[in-house]
Design a protein around this ligand. Sequence first.
Ligand code: COA
Length: 415
Amino acid sequence: MSKALDGVRILDFTHVQSGPTCTQLLAWFGADVIKVERAGEGDATRGQLRDIPGVDSLYFTMLNHNKRSITLDTKNPKGKEVLETLIKECDVLVENFAPGALDRMGFSWERIQELNPRMIVASVKGFGPGKYEDCKVYENVAQCAGGAASTTGFDDGPPMVTGAQIGDSGTGLHLALGIVSALYQRHASGRGQKVLAPMQDAVLNLCRVKLRDQQRLERVGSMQEYPQYPDSKFGEAVPRAGNASGGGQPGSILKCKGWETDPNAYIYFITQGAVWPAVCKVIGEEGWITDDAYATPAARLLHLKPIFARIEQWTMTKTKFEAMDILNQYDIPCGPILSMKEIAEEPSLRETGTIVEVDHPTRGKYLTVGNPIKMSDSPTEVTRSPLLGEHTEEVLAQLGYGKDYIALLREEKVI
Ligand code: COA
């Protein structure tokens, strides 16, 4: 079966996490992704957080499926010449080097345009233009600079980062959307363009509701759905809201049976207005259905702490899965706190290909997260990540280089 991005060639100049997640998605949609790595060492993540000595790490393998790898010293004149050929032959160059690195290598936007005016140059940087534009950035820096950390955690604790890699993988997703949009526009314009996804901006985009709340706070002085209301004071900026829901339906994480020993025996419980009578019936508080203090969503906002404390008395009598089964019968929105162990073993995620087992020549079998985006006419088959330089000769031959020249490049350590 054909794939959505069949025929699109990507010069993948990415490393670490943000860029590789983007090009991995494009590969899953059918693009031919050629990862260009430093001769000798490759993407630094190959050797980071290793669990098996001398074998590509899970960090690398889980971010670089379905790609081809070539090694190339792009600071060597002969390497630069190969890179120029690649630029002429590819549709998109994706990179997430430190600011200015591509220019220092001799491949400015202007130079790339000279070589291939149809080339789309897509970049992840930590920051967009401004006072921080020259800074190197990793995941947690982006979470802090994009507003996520100041709004995550509990009111009486420090700012917190989240395990979801919204700075890296989140920015990779944004960049991928920019790239496919630029490819679409190129059909009409015939031209490439620059696509930039700064990590700060991508995180802020995901924290949009918190900028909403900042403006509500400035206008009203408080926010009734926040756990700070009605007892504590609000300051000038959006506070950390613990596990309160970010929308109009109050929610909280509640203990379930076994919480004393199982750190994940919890459930997220949402007291959606539409099912309030059902919530009252399930927990045995039918009186709350008509009681003025609880009957309306506005009245309940004054009592969220005692309401969730009472619901928790009920959830503590059930395992998170028993509670789910009962609450789902009444359409009460809720979700178990799943551990990574439980997710890895979840049969439905295996069936949909969101968790996949992949075989690797030096590592053996490992689990990975497959393509979370499902397309009916462009199915994804996850194939293993390439070994360092595994496709160097194959790609160079496709570019028209002969065996002798390839041997010379190898001898001179250009590849
Ligand atoms: N051949 C020769 N040189 C190469 C090369 C190749 N194939 N590939 C990369 N290089 C060079 C670069 O040109 C650069 O050289 P320079 O410093 O002389 O200009 C050098 O390798 C290092 O690249 P750099 O990007 O600075 O790597 P780093 O390890 O120092 O920094 C980051 C890593 C992630 C902090 C940085 O790349 C960055 O801020 N990227 C943008 C934001 C980002 O994506 N962050 C998230 C990462 S998950």
